[in-house]
Design a protein around this ligand. Structure first.
Ligand code: SF4
Length: 406
């Protein structure tokens, strides 16, 4: 995650301590020294909606093999012992799982910091109050456009109104909640409207996701934004973040799943806010870019462990056979490769002078677009000129890294 608020306004939220701590980029098995990774847990695959870009390819059916309550509790205990800094409960739709609140209670008892990623349509005032009681630190609710644009994405008429009501119920209950928006060609023009909703509804956090070509998202990769559109979207987000801050509005604005964003933020600052650029450079150097298989992990509804939530086609173990903490500390081949990925990348990423800041971006997009897990990320929107130089120490491509083929 890339915090525009931190980069441009120097505010401090919980996640910033994970993202921008001095040694974040040097870790191999977690976010910071002594801590495990942020874990995304797809608690169920079942969902009441059918979103066209769903990375877990979920539907309104029961899927066999879900972890039992006992297995889920043992997993939570392992996470607490591994000192994971945050557990992100996702789905499917997490609220579709019968024992959801029992598991929340257990997570609270264990002192885990829990955030929930939900489509929001099932959040009644009672549910919002329960989130609060169980100490949920944040609820992220997906909205991918205004009105019918969102409903088209979510596969259900009325989903926009119901999700908005879910956000309002959280705000009314004093539960911190925010919005998740996945950028693509279908909703690009809704972006200014969504920013107005954030302001009007007093939503104090929003995450803008780039499209991950995974699950059903793979089927719509041709609908990803082009370079110019992505840059225009970032321009808008940066300007609005600064504007809100200058008007005294407390809002945390993040972009997610494209590690060219912090580089673009630095280049933007160099042009428009040169006094801020050195500090942005300092922060983005600390972060180290994409940390799938290092500081971010995914465990699916059957207990399979993946390098991140978008890489469900790559499994590195199962918590029914071995505790998650043991799997993550081991150097099983894919995790070992991700931890030394700079030597394996091809194409633009191999020679990019910003590689220490980006770390090759999202591998799943490279794989979906080319069939090669180590090819360049096709969603990199920086120009050849921009990646040819940086204020970082000059770097040579690793021995054996190719430039052909992508
Ligand atoms: S070329 Fe690769 S490493 Fe460089 S910014 Fe783009 S995606 Fe990141």
């Amino acid at each position: 995650m890339n915090s525009l608020t931190k980069l441009f306004c120097e505010t401090e939220y919980f996640g910033d301590s994970i993202r921008y701590t001095e040694d974040a980029h040097a870790q191999r098995h977690g976010t910071t020294a002594g801590h495990g990774p942020v874990v995304v847990w797809n608690i169920t695959r079942t969902c009441n909606l059918h979103c066209i870009h769903c990375y877990s390819d979920s539907d309104s059916v029961h899927y066999a093999g879900e972890l039992t309550t006992e297995e889920a509790v043992a997993f939570l205990q392992d996470l607490a012992g591994f000192h994971v800094p945050a557990l992100l409960i996702s789905g499917g739709e997490p609220l579709m799982r019968r024992d959801f609140f029992d598991l929340l209670a257990e997570a609270q008892r264990l002192g885990l910091r829990v955030t929930i990623s939900t489509n929001g349509t099932l959040i009644t005032p009672d549910v919002a109050k329960k989130f609060q009681q169980y100490g949920v630190s944040y609820v992220g609710i997906s909205l991918d456009g205004i009105g019918e644009v969102n409903d088209y994405f979510r596969g259900q008429p009325g989903a926009f109104e119901r999700a908005l009501r879910g956000i309002r119920n959280c705000v009314d209950a004093g539960q911190r909640a925010g919005l998740r928006f996945t950028l693509n060609r279908h909703n690009y023009e809704s972006l200014p409207g969504i920013l107005d909703v954030i302001e009007k509804e007093h939503i104090d956090r929003a995450c803008f996701y780039h499209l991950a070509y995974s699950g059903r998202g793979r089927g719509i990769m041709g609908d990803d934004l082009g370079r110019a559109e992505t840059r225009a979207a970032l321009d808008l987000l940066i300007r609005r973040t600064i504007d809100w801050h200058e008007r005294g509005m407390t809002k945390e604005i993040l972009t997610v799943d494209n590690h060219a964003d912090p580089i673009y933020a630095y280049l933007w600052a160099k042009e428009h806010m040169p006094e801020r650029a050195p500090r942005i450079l300092e922060l983005v150097r600390r972060n180290g870019g994409n940390r799938s298989g290092i500081a971010i992990a995914d465990v699916d509804f059957t207990g399979n462990v993946h390098p991140d939530q978008f890489s469900m086609n790559h499994t590195v173990g199962n918590i029914r056979e071995k505790p998650f903490s043991e799997i993550w500390r081991s150097d099983v081949p894919l995790l070992a490769d991700l931890r030394r990925r700079k030597e394996l990348l091809h194409g633009r990423c191999a020679t990019c002078q910003w590689l220490p800041v980006c770390n090759g971006n999202l591998r799943v997009r490279a794989e979906a677009a080319t069939g090669d897990y180590w090819a360049s990320d096709p969603a990199c929107y920086l120009t050849d000129e921009e990646i040819a130089s940086s204020p970082l120490a000059p770097r040579q491509p690793a021995a054996g890294a190719g430039v052909a083929g992508d």
